[in-house]
Write a new protein. Sequence first.
Lengths: 786, 287
Amino acid sequence: MAAKLFGSSIRRKEDPSLITGKGKYTDDFKLARMAYASMARSPYGHARIKGIDVERAAKLPGVLGVYTAKDVRKSKSPGVVPVGWLLPDIKTPPHPILAHDRVRYVGDAVAVVVAEDRYIARDAVDLIDVDYEPVSAVVDPARAVEDGAPQLHDEAEKNIAFDWEIGDRAAVEAAFDSARHKARIQLRNNRLIPNAIEPRSALADFDDSTGQLTLRMTSQNPHIHRLLMSLASLGLPEHKIHVIAPEVGGGFGSKIHHYPDEAIAAWCSMQLKRPVKWTATRSEANLTDAHGRDHVTTAEMALDADGKILGLRVKTYAAMGAYLSTFAPAIPTYLYGTLLSGQYTIPAIHCNVIGVFTNTAPVDAYRGAGRPEATYVVERLMDQAARETGLDPAEIRRRNFVPPDAFPFQTQVALQYDSGNYQGALARAQELVGYDQLREEQRRRVENGEPPLGIGLSTYIEACGLAPSAVVGTLGAQAGQWESGEIRVHPTGSVTVYTGSSAHGQGHETTFSQIVADRLGVGVDQVEVIHGDTDKVPFGWGTYGSRSAAVGGSALAVSAEKIIEKGRKIAAHVLEAAEEDVEFEAGKFFVRGVPSKAQAIQEIALQAYLAHNLPPGIEPGLAATTFYDPANFTFPFGTHIAVVEVEPETGSIRILRYLAVDDVGNVINPMIVDGQLHGGIAQGLGQALWEEAVYDENGQLMTGELLDYALPRAHMLGNFELDRTVTPCPHNPLGVKGVGEAGAIASPAAMVNAVMDALAPYGIAHIDMPLTPEKVWRAIHQKGRS
Amino acid sequence: MFPPEFEYLRAENLEQALNWLRENDGAKVLAGGHSLIPILKMRLAEPSVLIDIRRIPELKGISEEGDRIRIGALATYSEIAASPLLRENCAVLAEAAARIADPQVRNMGTIGGNLAHADPGSDLPAVAVALEAEIELTANGRKRDVAAGEFFIDLMTTEMQAGEILTSIRFNKLVAGTGSCYLKLEHPASGYAVCGAAAIVQLDAAGNCSRLRLAFNGVAAVPFLAEAVSRALEGSSLRDQDIDAALGDRLEIPDPMGDSFASGEYRLHLARVYARRALRQARDRAR
């Protein structure tokens, strides 16, 4: 065997087909008699529908059907989009796949055209005459709860979907009463558009002779989509729906959710008995993909004279958008409020989150999903607290870290951190960045009147692999959080792996091959990974929440152990040795102390299938399936440091350094981990500096095109310096934690802290993201010290 | 995204294009397509006919005509940025073209399309105005030159009449003792100029400023030529403090534009900052 596979940067198996353009995405599939769907969408943020006239559209040559909510209601399909996470007293107004009497955001679908080609479908949409009566809209979650604000749903008084709290309010009050220092911040966590490179797409093919629906779609979790299509949208039995996620070009969470559009395409195929394809345009994606963030928050921290945190209280208005998206209620609650202890020992925490309907696209999980918002609140407050106490931002963090010997550590907000060494990562990052020298240069620049330097820390905590299922169920999840992993060793000894995780860019075909090849002692090229197909793969929950390695990977590790245990029994029989004397290493079963008495796993596999000479009670075949339900979340962490220079004259920000020391537990493939961090950091810096979905007061999306919604580009970001510490996860077989979201969680706070650090000499404490040049310039200008 | 149906005609020569343009009401001229095609896809315009002029030989090339330079309407941003003739004789234009968008756009976008489209955030209009370029408009049987300073009328609106094609632009080479510079703050999404400043500075033998042109993109609906600044600085020795004083007292740009990224007030502020930097750099290059 070559060098150990687990932990080596082998090249991605996915790439040859992807980079030569041979990978097939949903929109690449063409079926005989395929028709195309195009949606008529509301141009208003909020309006009553008084009538829809589809006659002209229906008469356009090439149009096969034009449908509205009336047609859906006449069909046997329930025609709604459900909510997959319920909180106490939550209001769940119905979300029909086509709006019938009211539209609640720009982009809400009111009708669908199916035609022989895309151009005809699009032309026909322009011929649909919808009689709208616009009514007042509200887009700001804090304003939507005020008296007199426009109401979106009769079911939700004051637009409140839920009013949720966690922690101990009285203990926090007491902490504030005895505080020596207080830090306070009011902030807005800016709304983001996911912008996966591949827009959402669905190709539905309903066969009325068998009642079978084959649905290729952009999905991070095909089994969840099959389940929700069956239960809520189409009414077809689950076993008659086959969902396939072919190559999927990124998701960042946006392809977890169950949207109307994919269900409409499937419903149309059922009506027309022809394949129907729908693919979002970039503009449609920006209007209708579930957005991320959009919080309005007030937070306060109480500290003692030494800068030790006594208490934390947080109140957040979280925009839910026009309807509750699939997992929307979980994001600002159990993935936000529970993360507010950060890396710190905080004796008292209270958090109140009000989920609010607004006339905007729905908001749901977007890379980080609640955790970036929590990290931003905590890490901004830590910097405010450093100013209040006069301590260096690194020092105040160090004083409050959970100590390395305190794990497992129970926070005041439900979570129990599995393992960590927060001091270690901070010390490493400070050393690598040259923290003390940078502080010196900062002072020197201030003295010389040079453009100010800012150093920003973000010592973040991440929570991956939401678990275990029984606990998640008590919190309101209408889903389990285990994962499936099946390994089939073939008679020749090559291996096919079936995982319920559903990669869409993460490289699981490579990393899961590494896990299995490493355990079974076979070549990585002897392992094929199959995912994203409900007819091939056992039920699984998919890829999101940085769960795939920790949960899906662990399922495979357990299955590999089952294979080895069965192989050991067969080997012992063949080698005429006692089972407990047979060892397995590097793909060989051998009798302890007699390495020449050995059987390769390939030989054992053949024996298992021939079944000519199996020990008594052993079934033929060599395959194993595991449904792995973790004991807990995993908790990666790290320290990110941004170093910036601000040009006071224009408010422009230059990124001088960006250094990250992350601890994601054991690493399967360092190159892929680095890639995840690069992407995540870039997205987080995008949020900090450039990205914002802006709605005007009527609910018009002002940043609906990439012409005005600023995604970061390589030349805007500079070089990222990455390093790691390794604190394995103690409760899963691989010791892995997860890395998919860490970069996006850590980097907004690091960047904003850096810029505010640079602006401290001007007396500026906070500017909301994105830190555009004009906002920075105005802050400096208004302080009158430019 | 799916544009409405249109007819596509590809012209082999200018005469053919002009004839088609005259014969087809509502026809649009297609060159690099980097403004027009997005507009079609978003259905903001629905021309019945597109006349592709990209293959017309008369509209290509960058050439010397005595002490003037002629740039054919089809010259791409890449060609302009890389042209030794322009880099030597008109650095400001090559510099501005090199700052447009990304390489793919620069390989397709043309100077003619850029000027004819008249987007206020575009990089070339202010340069054309500062160069005092003449823009050649050709219609069936007639040809006229319009000064760049008079060409731009409003947001996306120019002097061009129905039936005209922008065929070339011409301007004087910058003479010895002249320095020029284009600087901008670019919009992080579109790459357009939030504020772009084009400066041309000519110094006499004594080192005094004999001629100065300063024009802005992105601040107002049309490129703004700061004539009062020229008057204040021509004849001066163009010290830093002279530049600062002139920009402080004499730079007044009426009706600045604002949007959610940058207000009018901020753009005016940027105009002063970028003008100062561009003028200093142009002056230093002239020396």
